[in-house]
Ligand binder design. Sequence first.
Ligand code: IDP
Ligand code: MG
Length: 142
Amino acid sequence: MLERTLAMIKPDAVAKGAVGPIITMMEEGGLKVVALKMTRLTHAQAEAFYLVHRERPFYKDLCNFMSSGPIVALVLEGENAIKRYRELMGATDSRKAVPGTIRHKCGTDNEKNAVHGSDAPETATVEICFHFSDAELRALAG
Ligand code: IDP
Ligand code: MG
C-alpha cells in the first residue's frame, strides 16, 4: 500500500551536520522525499506535537530538546512507508538500535535519537498536517 509518513530530523542531528547522510539513508531505504522544510519548533509547538506523551516523565525534557534548535520536517512516501521508515529509524534508544539504522548511526541515547517517524496511518495524517499546510500539500499533488 502506498503510504506517506512524517519524519523529522531532530535538533541533535541537524547540529551535528547529519541532515545529508540521513536523507541519503531515507532515499536509499526506498522512501521518496515528497515534502521538506527546515523549521524550528517553539516550546508550545513541541508540547502540542508530543501531547500524547504529556504524562510521561520525559515529556518536559523532550519538549525542551525538540525546541532547542532547528529541525527538518519531511513527508516520505513509499510502499508501507510508515513501517518501512520505523524499521529504518531503529529502536527509540539509539544505544539499542541495530547497525544500518539511522538511530544507530546518528543518535546518541533514548532522547537525542536523531529522527522522528509517525507510528500509524492516523498519526501520520495528523503529523503531516502539523508541519505542512493544505497549500503545500496541494502543491505536492501537482
Ligand atoms: P519513538 O520516537 O521511537 O516513536 P516515543 O516512545 O514515541 O518513541 O517517544 C517520543 C520521543 O521521546 C523519543 O523519540 C525520544 O526522543 C523521547 N523519549 C522516549 N523515551 C524516552 C525516555 O525514556 N527518556 C528520554 N526521552 C525519551
Ligand atoms: Mg513515537
